[in-house]
Design a protein around this ligand. Structure first.
Ligand code: TNX
Length: 501
C-alpha cells in the first residue's frame, strides 16, 4: 500500500489492517508531553472534525484499545517512533513528538464514514540537521499572521529553520531602537506599488516564539554589503551611489522599471547596484548597533549577513568587509551564515556558507563553497535551479521568476546535496534550504501557489535517507497529501502529472 508520508521516514514497517478512531479515542499524555498532545489533538480535530480528549497518563493498565499514548522520552534530538496497533504510541523528545504528530496527521484516512490509521511501525530521524525555508519579507512585506501561516506549512513537513530575509534594496523590515531612521525612512515601500511595513521588536519576538512552538529556529538576515539601498534612505552618507550594472539596465528596460535613484525609495527588482561604504567608521558604528540588537533579539545561534550579488563592490573591498562582518557576528556570540560569494574572503572560523549556484557549479562558485568547510564551517545547499521556490514551474505559470530554471516538481525532487560541489565532504553539508523570494508574490495565496507542492520535495531531500528517495514513490505519496493540505486550508498549485487525492 502507498502510505501518504512525506518526507519518507527512515524506517516504516507495515502490518495488515487498520485502527479506527472513534468517539472514545483519547490522548493519554505521559511524562509532560502536553505540548505535543495539544498539537496532536489539533491536527486530529482539523482532519476528522473531532478533538479527542486528553487525559494524564496513569500507567499502562489504564490504557484502553484505540487510545493514543504520547510519551516524552529523555532522549534529546529529533528522532521519534510511532506505533499503530490496537493502541497508538508516540515517543520522542518534544521535537520528536511534534514530528510524530505531523506523521500521524498524514496517515489519517477516511472512507467517508470512519477515520482510520494504518497499522504500522515507524522509526524516524532526519538526514540533515539544518532543514530550512526562507521568506523574503523585503521585496514584499508579509505581516506576522502570514509569517505564522508560512511556519505552519513548513513545520508540517518537518522543516526546522525559518530564514527571514529582513532587508534589501526595497525595504528595511525590523525595528532597531538605536537607529529608528532605518524603519522610519527605509520601510515605507516595497516592490512596485505594494505597501511597506516592518516588524516591531514585539512582532519579531512573537514570530520567534511561534516558530519555536513548532520547533523552528529563526535565522534573521541583514543583507550586506550590497542590497542596501534602503539603508541609504536613512543614512545617505553610508551607502554608495548605485553602480548601474549591465544586467540591471537591461532588466529595468524590459520590465519598464525605473532605475534606482540615491535617496529615493527603490521599487524595482534589479540587483547589485548598492553597497554600504565598507571602509567608513560610521558604517561600522551602524552595523555594530544593528547586529548587537539583532543578536539580543535572536535566541537561535545564527545571524545571516548576506553577501550576495555585490556587483558594484571591488573584490578587495568586499573581502575586507566580509572578514570584518563575520568576525563581528562571532564576537556577538552568533554563528555567521553568508551566501556562497562570501567564500572569496577570509571568513571568521565556523562561518556557514549558503550555496545558491546551479547543480552544475559555474565559475568560482564551487571554490567559494569549499572555503567555508576549509575554514571550519559548513554549507547549506540551496541550488537555485532546483531548490528555489520562487522560480516558475513552467513558462506559462503566472507567478515566479525564471532566471535560474523552470522548476517542475520532479526537478525540485531529483537532486542530491552531497554531489554538487566536488570535494566538499558530505559531513560539511549542514543541510538544505528552499528560498522563497518575493518579487512576484503579494499574498498568502501566492505563497501557496509557489511552495505547494515543491516545498514537499525539498523537505524530502532534507529529511529522508538518500537510498530510499525515488521520484515515482514520491510522486504517488505527495498526491495523497492533497487531502491533508485541503483540510488545513492550504491552497497551492496541483500539477497535473500528479494524481491528487
Ligand atoms: C537572486 S539568490 C538573489 C535575490 C533575488 C533572487 C530572485 C540570491 C542570493 N540573491 O536578490 O531575489 O535572485 O530569484
Amino acid at each position: 500500500m502507498v502510505l501518504p508520508l512525506v518526507p519518507l521516514p527512515s524506517s516504516v514497517t507495515e502490518s495488515p489492517g487498520t485502527l479506527p478512531l472513534t468517539a472514545t479515542t483519547r490522548i493519554v499524555v505521559e511524562n509532560e508531553a502536553d505540548a505535543a498532545a495539544s498539537v496532536l489533538a489539533d491536527v486530529i480535530a482539523e482532519r476528522t472534525g473531532r478533538r479527542p480528549a486528553a487525559v494524564a497518563g496513569a500507567g499502562h493498565d489504564a490504557i484502553g484499545p484505540g487510545d493514543i499514548v504520547v510519551r516524552r522520552t529523555a532522549r534529546e534530538g529529533e528522532h521519534y517512533s510511532l506505533r499503530i496497533g490496537d493502541t497508538v504510541h508516540l515517543e520522542g523528545s518534544d521535537a520528536g513528538l511534534f514530528y510524530a504528530a505531523q506523521t500521524l496527521r498524514q496517515l489519517l484516512t477516511s472512507d467517508g464514514e470512519v477515520w482510520t490509521l494504518p497499522r504500522v511501525e515507524i522509526d524516524d530521524a532526519p538526514r540533515f540537521e539544518y532543514r530550512g525555508v526562507m521568506l523574503d519579507v523585503a521585496r514584499t512585506f508579509f505581516d506576522v499572521d502570514t509569517v505564522k501561516a508560512f511556519i505552519d506549512r513548513a513545520a508540517s513537513l518537518k522543516f526546522n529553520r525559518l530564514h527571514l530575509h529582513l532587508t534589501d534594496d526595497q525595504g528595511w523590515r525590523l525595528q532597531i531602537d538605536s537607529r529608528p531612521l532605518l524603519t522610519e525612512r527605509g520601510s515605507t515601500t516595497a516592490v512596485a506599488a505594494r505597501p511597506g511595513g516592518f516588524y516591531s521588536k514585539d512582532d519579531f519576538r512573537e514570530i520567534v516564539r511561534y516558530a519555536a512552538s513548532r520547533h523552528m529556529v529563526v535565522v534573521p538576515e541583514i543583507d550586506l554589503p550590497g542590497h542596501t539601498h534602503a539603508i541609504g534612505l536613512a543614512y545617505p552618507d553610508l551607502v554608495e551611489m548605485p553602480v548601474m550594472n549591465a544586467g540591471l539596465l537591461t532588466q529595468a528596460k524590459s520590465l519598464g522599471e525605473a532605475l534606482p535613484v540615491a535617496g529615493e525609495p527603490y521599487r524595482g527588482t534589479g540587483v547589485g547596484h548598492s553597497s554600504v561604504k565598507v571602509h567608513d567608521d560610521a558604517t561600522w558604528d551602524l552595523l555594530r548597533d544593528v547586529l548587537t540588537e539583532l543578536a539580543e533579539l535572536t535566541p537561535g545561534p545564527f545571524l545571516h549577513i548576506g553577501g550576495d550579488e555585490c556587483l558594484g563592490t571591488a573584490q578587495a573591498d568586499f573581502d575586507a568587509f566580509i572578514a570584518r562582518v563575520t568576525a563581528l557576528t562571532t564576537e556577538l556570540g552568533k554563528t555567521p551564515i553568508a551566501w556562497h560569494e562570501a567564500g572569496s574572503a577570509q571568513v571568521a572560523e565556523g562561518t556557514i556558507g549558503q550555496y545558491w549556484g546551479s547543480t552544475t557549479p559555474a565559475g568560482a562558485h564551487a571554490d567559494h563553497a569549499r572555503r567555508f568547510a576549509e575554514g571550519g564551517g559548513s554549507v547549506i545547499m540551496s541550488p537555485s535551479n532546483t531548490a528555489y521556490l520562487d522560480q516558475k514551474y513552467d513558462a506559462a505559470f503566472p507567478l515566479g521568476l525564471e532566471w535560474a530554471a523552470l522548476i517542475d516538481l520532479q526537478t525540485a525532487y531529483e537532486w542530491e546535496p552531497t554531489t554538487i560541489v566536488d570535494a566538499l565532504p558530505a559531513e560539511a553539508i549542514l543541510g538544505v534550504e528552499g528560498p522563497l523570494w518575493s518579487e512576484t508574490i503579494e499574498t498568502l495565496d501566492d505563497i501557496d501557489q509557489l511552495i505547494f507542492p515543491r516545498v514537499a520535495a525539498i523537505a524530502e531531500v532534507a529529511w529522508s535517507p538518500v537510498e530510499k528517495r525515488e521520484w515515482t514513490s514520491f510522486r504517488d505519496r505527495v498526491g495523497l497529501l492533497g487531502a491533508v493540505w485541503d483540510a488545513a486550508g492550504w491552497g497551492g498549485h496541483r500539477p497535473t502529472e500528479i494524481a491528487w487525492s
